[in-house]
Write a protein that binds this ligand. Structure first.
Ligand code: HEC
Length: 196
């Protein structure tokens, strides 16, 4: 009997240790993906912003309208075993192709409620989640900056009439206006998929 109790105690301790270990490595993996997600977003956003700025200085806001798109930028610093997709989405989207799916809508609502609670923009942390099929999803909020208002701000105060005309011709169902500096404009969604 004594032996059995002794054995069970050891077994429970061992199981606990194993569990803690795997929790720990899960956490480490999660933090790796969070780092990768942050660096991909930074790179993509820097490239996007600079191509927008070049287009604006060359052909004004009107000519720059097609440049607020995520192109296929070359990515480094990612796990060689993963393929990566980058998406931007929003509850109030301009291009219907950027409409959020169910999981994206759930996360956008979490970010929106954090903003409503008055949490300062930079303190809203990105969210990294694993899914059952082995994919890892990284979500990061996008806040509106001053320069964005020329195409996403108020129709009467920020967006010039010719710019508005171009936008409404290209995107007749547009909802992505009336944002103010600091508002939650949308979010990045990076998906890491294991290459089989
Ligand atoms: C010159 C006009 C212009 C400027 C400036 C601009 N955007 Fe956009 N934005 C657009 C257009 C047009 C789209 C639709 C792109 C597409 O077809 O995918 C868009 C789409 C987006 C989307 C994807 C979701 C959606 O609504 O379809 C986000 C997020 C976004 N913009 C954020 C920003 C931010 C943040 C800035 C400032 C750094 C910014 N934009 C500056 C014109 C602009």
């Amino acid at each position: 009997m004594k032996h059995t109790i002794y054995f069970i105690t050891i077994l429970v301790i061992a199981l606990f240790a194993a569990c803690n270990n795997s929790d720990k490595s899960k956490e480490n993996l999660k933090s790796d993906y969070t780092k990768m997600g942050n660096s991909i977003v930074k790179k993509t956003f820097d490239t996007l912003r600079s191509s927008l700025q070049t287009a604006i200085s060359q052909s004004g806001f009107e000519g720059a309208v097609p440049y607020c798109k995520t192109a296929a930028y070359s990515l480094t610093n990612i796990y060689a075993s993963d393929s990566v997709t980058i998406r931007r989405t929003s509850l109030k989207y301009r291009n219907p192709a950027n409409k959020p799916d169910t999981s994206e809508e759930r996360i956008l609502k979490i970010f929106a409620s954090l903003k409503e609670q008055g949490i300062i923009n930079d303190s809203i942390k990105p969210i990294t989640e694993g899914s059952k099929n082995g994919e890892v999803h990284f979500y990061k909020p996008i806040m509106l900056q001053q320069m964005c208002a020329s195409c996403h701000g108020s129709k009467s105060a920020d967006i010039q009439p010719p710019v508005w005309k171009t936008i409404s011709t290209l995107y007749p169902l547009d909802m992505a206006y009336d944002f103010k500096t600091g508002d939650l404009r949308g979010m990045w969604h990076i998906t890491f998929t294991k290459i089989k």
